[in-house]
Design a protein around this ligand. Structure first.
Ligand code: PMP
Length: 430
């Protein structure tokens, strides 16, 4: 595979951009090799600068659920740009998208648009603290909620450990109110809550985790969190930046039947443009400025071009419920193809899947939390990633990321994915 242009762009990029990329996981550090630079994409396929074509299994980390360059989204964006890319004042598109989000997402009665998932989670925590008058919150090891300081806490610490900063530049003062619990461990959550009676503002969780690979909540776990939050007056926040509009039109909360107090959104709601949102019960969201005292603002929030893309995407998903059946069947076919290969090769690797999210974990252990996810052979995953890439399959360049299937994969695409997986695994461990 020729990747000279990508290599040359990467070496130029490194002269001016830290590490040559604008977001770290794109750098292929976890899998070895240099990142591919892309020129265009259409439907399920991405074209790199050297003319190689790939089936995209990340879809811009989630947003491109209908594939790349969707004609409806494209047209809406062009129309919006022609009426000025930004007003810095309210417009109809903001009303349309807010109405639709409130209609589709069970927990949301009021919603505020922001520009990224990071902003959404940072703001949600601030509002939960303002609403409860409490400082502390629980996050789960292996869950990622963007790069807000208070979320950047070392994973893997014991459930009772006070958070210690995961990144230089994050102060101990900032993270002292972040408490860590292992995913899927209700007893640990109960213990933390009991040890900090009356101090807890929120519990924030990815209701299906995608940031340690795809990890599902065990039966009763989310229900248990709901119960604890109800008993203790804690705000339950579902971070549905990945799962929102992906696992169902109403997200993981609709699919799994547990309704949080607040929800954070991103990715799909922007249709590929930079958009996030947070929302929840009216009583809580009424604390947000200018209605209430909790400050949160944004020069480009509710930007008309971004709202046009997002609204068109959500309208389509809302009107075409059958998309979710297609996503499910695409993913089930891929996973069952993988399973056949694993069986033939006598491998016990774990596959976690729900809706159009899945991960193949290079471990024999069931993956239910960050500890078990870490049992994976990441070096082997790195070799597998590169074998898949050579065969034209673009995976997330880390074992600890879910894959996102799009609705536009053809039967041929799916066959090609299964074949590439088969050949990659055979050549590595066969
Ligand atoms: N929450 C979750 C669950 C995410 O997966 C991400 C990003 N992958 C974020 C928050 C942060 O979103 P953004 O990258 O748009 O800031």
């Amino acid at each position: 595979m020729k990747i000279e242009k990508s290599k040359s762009l990467f070496s130029r990029a490194k002269n001016y951009i830290p590490g040559g990329v604008n977001s770290p996981v794109r750098a292929f550090k976890a899998v070895g090799g240099d990142p591919i630079f892309f020129k265009s994409a259409k439907g399920a396929h991405m074209m790199d600068e050297d003319g190689n074509s790939y089936i995209d299994m990340i879809n811009s980390w989630g947003p491109m659920i209908l594939g790349h360059a969707n004609p409806l989204v494209e047209e809406a964006v062009i129309r919006a740009i022609q009426s000025s890319p930004s007003f810095g004042a309210p417009g109809e598109r903001e009303v349309l998208i807010a109405e639709l989000i409130c209609q589709l997402v069970p927990s949301i009665e009021r919603v505020r648009m922001v520009n990224s998932g990071t902003e959404a989670t940072m703001s949600a925590i601030r509002v939960a603290r303002g609403y409860t008058g409490k400082d502390k919150f629980i996050k789960f090891e292996g869950c990622y909620h963007g790069h807000g300081d208070s979320f950047l806490i070392a994973a893997g610490s014991g459930a009772m450990t006070m958070g210690t900063p995961d990144s230089p530049g994050v102060t101990a003062g900032t993270t002292k109110d972040t408490l860590l619990a292992p995913y899927n461990n209700l007893d640990a959550v109960r213990e933390i809550v009991n040890n900090h009676k009356g101090e807890m503002a929120a519990i924030i969780i990815e209701p299906v985790a995608g940031n340690m690979g795809c990890v599902l909540p065990v039966a009763g776990f989310l229900e248990g969190l709901r119960e604890i939050c109800d008993q203790e007056g804690i705000v339950l926040i579902f971070d549905e930046v990945m799962t929102g509009f992906r696992l169902a039109r109403g997200g993981a909360q609709e699919r799994l039947g547990v309704i949080p107090d607040m929800t954070t959104l991103g990715k799909i709601i922007g249709g590929g443009l930079p958009v996030g949102a947070y929302g929840g019960k009216k009583e809580i969201m009424d604390f947000v400025s200018p209605q209430g005292p909790v400050y949160q603002a944004g020069t480009l929030s509710g930007n008309p071009v971004a709202m046009a893309a997002g609204y068109t995407m959500l309208r389509y998903l809302s009107d075409h419920q059958e998309t979710y059946g297609k996503l499910e069947s695409n993913t089930k076919r891929i996973v069952s193809g993988y399973r056949e290969t694993l069986e033939v090769l006598g491998l016990n690797y774990t596959i976690n899947q729900i809706g159009s999210m899945y991960s193949l974990f290079f471990t024999d252990q069931q993956v239910v939390d960050f500890e078990t996810a870490k049992s994976c052979d990441t070096a082997l995953f790195g070799s597998y990633f590169n074998k898949m890439l050579e065969q034209g399959i673009y995976l997330a360049p880390s074992q600890f990321e879910t894959l996102f299937v799009s609705a536009v994969l053809s039967d041929d695409d799916i066959d090609q994915i299964i074949r590439a997986n088969d050949e990659s695994l055979k050549s590595l461990v066969g």
